[in-house]
Design a binder for this molecule. Sequence first.
Ligand code: TGC
Ligand code: FAD
Length: 395
Amino acid sequence: MSAQAPAAAVTPEATDYYNVRGLMSEDERQIQDAVARFVDEKVLPVIPQAFEDHRFPSELVSEIAGMGLLGCNIDGYDCAGLNNVCYGLICQELERGDSGVRSFVSVQGSLCMYPILTFGSEEQRQKWLPPMAAGEVIGCFGLTEPDGGSDPGTMKTHAKKDGGDWVLNGAKMWITNGTVADIAIVWAMTDDGVRGFIVEKEMPGYTTRDILRKFSLRASVTSELFFDNVRVPEANMLLNVRGLKGPLSCLTQARYGIAWGAIGAAIACYKEALDYSKVRIVFKRPIAHTQTIQRRLADMCRRITTAQLLALQLGRLKDEGTMHHSQVSMAKWNNVRMALDIARDARDILGAGGISIECSPIRHMLNMESVITYEGTETIHELIVGRELCGKEAF
Ligand code: TGC
Ligand code: FAD
């Protein structure tokens, strides 16, 4: 064996301590950098005000679409055909801006374009996917109902066949993009189990209403959907799936993006706390020179690094086609919990100033209160992993 001089040690970067970027391809790095620039130049300047105004910054949609970020991991139909690691990095950078922007992209791509691609007819794909990739048609995904979200198998919204149509009745609640959407992917109970429908906003009997006065995800539209004898033609049914597997498969796609997105929110909070700790003088020295602050920052860095490696391996498994949905649950649970804890701790390191809209941690912290609940609560993901390990349901 020939003795080789060891490579020179490289000082770790604060936000990529294990050089996870070094495990990525040049293409993956370029896409991450392009989205990072977009977030720095276009999202961060507008997002605090949008959050304060309880407004989704819809002026960003055409640029998001122009960059190929909608349905970016779909091949064909005017979509970018990127791999899933790229999709994850896109979510990470967008959520470094705000969860509302990442949510918009997740819902459009993972919850609306994915089911049309996977369960729809070729005619439905041709009709809807290109304008959705272009941001000309916006979608929303209706699964949760006023009586509960964790157990969608008990949904009350139902559809009955009547001639060539399906007649839809019921309500959905807490639906991202509901009032701004041109189409809704709606899951309803039928005599044949759960089925999916593409409901168009002009269909008589279909109405929507915004949920206002939220403390969280304020830069995102959240709505109620109502169906009062809505006649949906059979041509708008997603024919190639029946049962809960349909909506749950869509959730796997979106939860995957959230597992990455949460890292972006955590990095934003940690970086702000780290920078501040070096300049904030208390007891005649920067607070970064105290053991407690260093331990807290080191702990944030440790948890972010762990989440980065978890997300990347999850992405590689997804790209090779071996990812199991319970692995996505573990990543969503771990990474969102990590981001919520870091956001709260970073807020505290910023002191009183940390409660201001000028500082991002409190905004991310409030957003993470939604992110830990939607797409399956933390408890549901713990129980999904528990079921996989123990072979018994404990829901
Ligand atoms: P269960 O018996 O477990 O499953 C029924 C069938 O589905 C299959 N399956 C999955 N397939 C793909 N991905 C998954 N994640 C899957 N989970 C289950 C399963 O293999 C089975 O297939 P088959 O062939 O045997 O029929 O169903 P269950 O009724 O026991 O439910 C289990 C449970 C509790 C895990 C599930 O209901 C659940 O995940 N609940 C949480 C609901 C949830 O996450 N809702 C999210 C709504 S959408 C949203 O929040 C959007 S936020 C968007 C944003 O703004 O970013
Ligand atoms: P519940 O299901 O009522 O749960 C209440 C509590 O009970 C939770 O803490 C839960 O963890 C706990 N719990 C439930 N079951 C068990 C159990 N077996 N054991 C122990 N504890 C349990 N839904 C959509 O369909 N589309 C969307 O676009 C969408 N966007 C959203 C956007 C926002 C901002 C928010 C906040 C929610 C959104 N949701 C959406 C809804 C979201 O998916 C649900 O809120 C979520 O699934 C939880 O359902 P729930 O709120 O009814 O809580």
